[in-house]
Design a protein around this ligand. Structure first.
Ligand SMILES: *[C@@H]1O[C@H](CO)[C@@H](O)[C@H](O)[C@H]1NC(C)=O
Ligand SMILES: *[C@@H]1O[C@H](CO)[C@@H](O)[C@H](O)[C@H]1NC(C)=O
Ligand SMILES: *[C@@H]1O[C@H](CO)[C@@H](O)[C@H](O)[C@H]1NC(C)=O
Ligand SMILES: *[C@@H]1O[C@H](CO)[C@@H](O)[C@H](O)[C@H]1NC(C)=O
Ligand SMILES: *[C@@H]1O[C@H](CO)[C@@H](O)[C@H](O)[C@H]1NC(C)=O
Ligand SMILES: *[C@@H]1O[C@H](CO)[C@@H](O)[C@H](O)[C@H]1NC(C)=O
Ligand SMILES: *[C@@H]1O[C@H](CO)[C@@H](O)[C@H](O)[C@H]1NC(C)=O
Ligand SMILES: *[C@@H]1O[C@H](CO)[C@@H](O)[C@H](O)[C@H]1NC(C)=O
Ligand SMILES: *[C@@H]1O[C@H](CO)[C@@H](O)[C@H](O)[C@H]1NC(C)=O
Ligand SMILES: *[C@@H]1O[C@H](CO)[C@@H](O)[C@H](O)[C@H]1NC(C)=O
Ligand SMILES: *[C@@H]1O[C@H](CO)[C@@H](O)[C@H](O)[C@H]1NC(C)=O
Length: 669
């Protein structure tokens, strides 16, 4: 610790003692800034001792004459001016040094030995413009002060790589220096330049005397911008005659935007000064402004260090043209002054703004209303400037004179005819044919010896004609009407439906629904039977009528005396009767069932069902066919031609049964 403190004290002591010493400056650097013979010189040096109260004196010594040419007391820091009239001829070799005085100590810098006339140092070059196209960069540079040609050194590199350099000379006769540099296309570079004078005095042939200027600032060289920015926009109607417009666009690709891009927008937004346009510069990729209601043209150009993009124009169309004058717009302007602008044009079809638009800052609508073509729709805007914003005070369509439309509505059509009504429809009369503000359509319906009249608003294009007579023919005439009267009629004839034919659509709907429901029922029942979707259980209640023979309706009471019947036998070919289980036999003895199989054709071997034997019999409604009782064992049916006195028909549980004592006659099979 002690050791360190001692060293510190020593250092402070040494620096304190040194501060009092005289430290010489660097050797002076003397030059003039152009080759003009009348130019004065400047000498510069570095002060190596930042002590206050130093005095510097520049000594210029003539070694030929062995005498001082001059002494210059320096007033500016690190610099002295040498005036030509004090110096005499600058073409001789001179020795120059700086004497420094601190308190009563003096010291001298090293000497420099120069011919002052040869010491020309130009200002650093300034790039006036760069233009790049493909691989060529055109550079325009300012001339040095003496307007002479110079020797330039240019160096360039891709970012973070080695400089490449070359020198070139320019001529005396031009007003700007120019150089064409070959570069690789679509690559970003940095460049710098410096220059030196071309010396003409023979004493200066020694190139050691030529001084380079400082390097110019490093400049980024992007490649040229090939495409104009594409403006997108958002628009908001502020409802007070102004629109807020947000314009935005994308920056060019990286290699085009190196070194920065700026955009210049021009607005043609005040129609009364067509050639004056607002110009706005921005580095942002968006611009917001307020415009009035009429059309505004905008152009944009993107600039970078080496040029600019093509110009992009956009047109912001006027707000939708009104069909009628809108009285909500509130500004009351009674005098044309230099803050108003009246803009007007023909609007023949009610929509399309024409190429030629007239405008005047000295007129109001009353001044032009009678000047424009009669019977043709025109449109005007009256703009003002409020709070430095453009605003539309009023906009309206107008006619100098109106007259009746020159034709009637087109495509007049009758549809939806019933026995008492029909719908009349038409295409509205185009603005160009209206010749005035269309107020109404007038409709006459003639038929049955009288004419009815209706008036409908001009913005409608259909009308329901009611209270017509069935089966009658009518003529409809329709014409458009302006303030000046009615235009020609468009006429259509039609006939109402007669009442009988006239099933109303409700009736038709109900009918269709009924038919569909019926069809569904039929289809479903058939399908259910086909697919045996229903459980194979007999329907418990059978209407007696179902069993009726169509030809024996009046013999119903005889039904119970069955003349021909079906014997249901339990036939088990493989087993003898004794093998029949008690339950089965009971079942079979209790009920002799009439069972009809649907697929009887396929049933050749199993049971035999002979329908011919049932001709005179009443059998259940066919819809019950195919339903069968589930029996534990298959059984076979056979018919018997012999009448069995022991058979007695019964109704039980709503089913028709024949119960009999079953005599199984094996030989009958
Ligand atoms: C300047 O010189 C005088 C004698 O010439 C001497 O007395 C004085 O101390 C010197 N001053 C400094 C600051 O060295
Ligand atoms: C510095 O130059 C001046 C002028 O020539 C001279 O008088 C002086 O002795 C020189 N001083 C030193 C320390 O060389
Ligand atoms: C560069 O200069 C040459 C010669 O003046 C000219 O032909 C060329 O069109 C220029 N290129 C650009 C991009 O300005
Ligand atoms: C390029 O720069 C190098 C290093 O500064 C230099 O030696 C050379 O002379 C320069 N070449 C040209 C053509 O100026
Ligand atoms: C323009 O307005 C939009 C939305 O109002 C905003 O996001 C944008 O920053 C504005 N641009 C400028 C340049 O003020
Ligand atoms: C418009 O201003 C005039 C005079 O400045 C006035 O006579 C007129 O009543 C005003 N109209 C409306 C609608 O405010
Ligand atoms: C425009 O109006 C302002 C004040 O209303 C006036 O000072 C100016 O002279 C006018 N300019 C022209 C060109 O009439
Ligand atoms: C229109 O209204 C908006 C806000 O609603 C306001 O910012 C703007 O200044 C108004 N413009 C004029 C010209 O009064
Ligand atoms: C009339 O209107 C009906 C229904 O809109 C349409 O089908 C028919 O083509 C129209 N007839 C004419 C002549 O326009
Ligand atoms: C027609 O105009 C009236 C008022 O002028 C409006 O109430 C109505 O909605 C418009 N009808 C149609 C179909 O545009
Ligand atoms: C249009 O038809 C109605 C009724 O038929 C008739 O009164 C009117 O005069 C006709 N209008 C024209 C311009 O023919």
């Amino acid at each position: 610790m002690r050791m360190r403190a001692a060293v510190l004290v020593l250092v402070v002591f040494v620096s304190l003692t040194e501060a009092a010493r005289c430290v010489p400056t660097s050797s002076p650097h003397c030059y003039k800034s152009s080759t003009k013979p009348s130019e004065d010189f400047i000498c510069e040096w570095d002060e190596r001792n930042p002590e206050k109260g130093q005095k510097h004196t520049l000594h210029i010594w003539d070694p030929e004459k062995n005498s001082f040419r001059m002494h210059v007391e320096c007033t500016k820091p690190a610099q002295a001016d040498i005036f030509l009239e004090d110096l005499g001829t600058p073409l001789r070799k001179t020795d120059i040094w700086v004497q420094t005085q601190v308190g009563n100590l003096t010291c001298n810098s090293t000497k420099t030995s120069v011919i002052l006339e040869c010491m020309v140092k130009y200002s650093k070059p300034c790039i006036i413009s760069m233009k790049r196209s493909a691989g060529i960069l055109n550079l325009t540079l300012d001339k040095p002060k003496d307007n002479r040609g110079a020797i330039y050194e240019i160096r360039w590199r891709e970012r973070d790589s080695e400089w490449q350099n070359k020198t070139f000379e320019t001529k005396d006769s031009t007003t700007e220096d120019f150089h064409m540099l070959h570069l690789q296309d679509r690559t970003v570079y940095q460049i710098q330049l410096r220059r030196q004078a071309k010396l003409h005095a023979h004493q200066c042939k020694d190139s050691l005397h030529a001084l380079w200027s400082d390097w110019s600032q490093t400049l980024d060289v992007p490649s040229e911008i090939r495409h104009a920015p594409v403006i997108r926009r958002k628009e908001k109607d502020l409802k007070n005659g102004s629109r807020e417009i947000n314009l935005f666009w994308d920056a060019p690709p990286h290699e085009e935007s190196a070194g920065g891009v700026k955009y210049i927008l021009k607005f043609w937004d005040w129609p009364c000064e067509k050639n004056k346009r607002k110009k706005r510069k921005t580095k942002d990729q968006s611009y917001n402004t307020t415009i009035a209601y009429s059309e505004v043209k905008i152009s944009i150009v993107a600039f970078n260090n080496v040029g600019h993009s093509p110009r992009q124009h956009i047109v912001i169309p006027a707000v939708k043209h009104l069909n009628y004058c809108n009285s909500d717009m509130h500004l009351n302007i009674t005098k044309a002054d230099n803050k108003t602008c009246l803009e007007w044009y023909k609007l023949e079809d009610g929509e399309t703004r024409p190429e030629t638009v007239q405008s005047s800052g000295k007129k109001l609508i009353k001044d032009i209303k009678n000047e424009v073509e009669n019977y043709v729709r025109h449109y005007y805007f009256l703009h003002t400037i409020r709070n430095k914003q453009y605003q539309t005070a009023i906009m309206c369509p107008f006619y100098s004179k109106e007259r009746a439309p020159n034709h009637g509505p087109a495509n007049v059509n009758i549809s939806d005819i019933t026995h008492e009504s029909a719908v009349l429809s038409w295409l509205s009369i185009p603005v160009a044919a209206q010749q005035g503000f269309l107020q109404h359509y007038w409709i006459w319906i003639s038929g049955q010896g009288n004419t009815k009249f209706h008036q409908v608003p001009a913005n409608q294009s259909s009308f329901l004609i009611k209270e017509l007579h069935p089966g009658a023919s009518y003529t409809v005439s329709i014409s458009g009407r302006t303030k000046a009267g009615n235009g020609p009629n468009s006429t259509v004839n039609f006939e109402t439906h007669s009442k009988e034919m006239g099933l109303s659509w409700q009736d038709q709907t109900i009918l269709i629904v009924c038919v569909v429901a019926l069809l569904c029922t039929v289809i479903c029942s058939v399908a259910a039977r086909r697919l045996k979707l229903l459980p194979e259980v007999p329907i418990p209640v059978i209407d007696a009528a179902e069993f009726r023979c169509p030809e024996e309706q009046d013999q119903r009471p005889k039904l119970e005396e069955v003349h021909e019947f079906i014997l249901l036998l339990r036939q088990d070919l493989s087993k003898r009767r004794e093998n029949v289980t008690p339950e089965q036999s009971t079942l079979l003895q209790d009920f002799g069932l009439v069972v009809f199989e649907e697929e009887d054709e396929e049933d050749g071997e199993g049971g035999v069902t002979d329908f011919s034997s049932m001709k005179s019999c009443c059998y259940p409604n066919p819809s019950y066919r195919g339903q069968m009782l589930q029996l534990p064992e298959p059984f076979h049916m056979t018919d018997s031609t012999s009448r069995d006195s022991e058979t007695e028909p019964t109704y039980r549980d709503g089913l028709f049964f024949e119960t009999r004592v079953l005599e199984c006659d094996i030989t009958s099979l």
